[in-house]
Design a protein around this ligand. Structure first.
Ligand SMILES: [Zn+2]
Length: 360
């Protein structure tokens, strides 16, 4: 396995593994590449600790190690509704969709969730997918807690109710856990129930995020968001709610992925003072968190605060990609012909655009 995270340390650990196998026969029962991957994970954990300066890797006791990886698995591993795992043998699976033509099977990760065992297959094909270009209708997206998100077109989406419902259920079960004796089978059963509820919560959230991302892609050619660090937000006063809504997962993982899939341009903009600026004239309008309406004394613009921020984000995004469009436009003698926003939309200019470097 030649991954970039390969270090002297992991080579040394691997040598120790060979030694350990001589004395610990249990290790021999496990496929060697699976063990190597575990070493790689431990190594990553230590490397991450060194980088951050804190967070000693936690020891995983029985039941806490939730997945393992077969890093090399061939196309012949899947036969009908069975997967052939080295050293384990044939296991019946519920194959959700066939391996698409032309793809080769690379890895298989086995996961244990509260509802059962899963296998995640990674497939590969040699194609290069071009990056999405800035084009079409631009939408700025502001995420927050009062509304899950607000767009520059004036749409506001509330935080879904199911979070609170499931959280209430979860609280109830967790309270019941106090009455159960440690090590008893009733406690184990209750813990399983709690695990399944956690899983359900995660799935509901993920589903909501995906649907929302597709909904945004339906209406836009470019989507701009703020480059916020949600880990810092989560530490603050509103912490629990930030994590619950999974803002970071949505903005940094699911939205870019869906945009890439749908060929919608995704860009991040400088988050500084997006709520303190007037989207219509650019004047600075100071307001603290309690002020929910944006009113600009300079130009008279009045709109909900979050929508105003979303429009500022859209404007910043457009000028970030617009700068390059401007340069190309100058070269073609089109400079100043149209206001910037319209120029970005012009189809003729799209073709040779380089991917702009945005604030990250
Ligand atoms: Zn104004």
């Amino acid at each position: 396995m030649d991954s970039p995270r390969e270090s002297c340390r992991s080579v040394r650990l691997r040598q120790t593994m060979t030694e350990a196998k001589k004395t610990n026969l249990g290790l021999k029962a496990v496929h060697s590449q699976v063990l190597q991957d575990v070493i790689g994970r431990v190594d990553t954990a230590f490397a991450a600790m060194k980088q951050r300066g804190h967070g000693f890797p936690r020891f995983k006791k029985f039941g806490q190690f939730k997945s393992f990886l077969f890093p090399q698995i061939g196309n012949d591993a899947i036969e009908g509704n069975e997967i052939n795992l080295p050293k384990i043998g044939k296991v019946a699976i519920n194959l959700h969709r066939p391996i698409p033509d032309g793809f080769t099977l690379k890895t298989a990760r086995l996961l244990r969730k509260a509802s059962g065992w899963y296998v995640a297959l990674a497939v590969q094909m040699d194609v290069s997918v071009p990056d999405s270009m800035p084009q079409g209708h631009a939408v700025g997206v502001d995420v927050g807690l009062e509304y899950f998100l607000s767009t520059s077109d004036g749409e506001q989406v509330k935080r879904p109710r199911f979070f609170n419902q499931l959280h209430r259920q979860l609280k109830l079960l967790q309270r019941r856990l106090n009455n159960k004796q440690k090590g008893s089978s009733n406690r184990r059963k209750l813990n399983q129930k709690i695990g399944r509820l956690h899983e359900k919560l995660g799935e509901c959230r993920r589903n909501f995020h995906f649907q929302l991302a597709h909904h945004l892609c339906d209406q836009a050619g470019m989507i701009f968001v703020e480059a916020l660090d949600f880990r810092i937000m989560a530490k603050g006063m509103l912490g629990k709610h930030t994590l619950d809504a999974g803002l970071g997962q949505f903005v940094n993982q699911i939205l870019p992925w869906v945009c890439w899939k749908r060929d919608v341009y995704y860009g991040k903009v400088d988050p500084k003072g997006t709520s303190q600026e007037c989207p219509d004239c650019g004047a600075v309008v100071k307001k603290d968190l309690s002020v929910r309406v944006h009113y600009c004394p300079d130009c008279g613009s009045t709109k909900p605060r979050d929508i105003a921020s979303a429009q500022v984000i859209r404007n910043r995004g457009l000028s970030a990609v617009g700068l390059i469009v401007d340069e190309i436009a100058c070269g073609r003698g089109l400079s100043g012909a149209l206001p910037r926003q319209d120029r970005v939309k012009q189809e003729t200019l799209r073709s040779n655009l380089e991917k702009p470097t945005l604030y990250a």
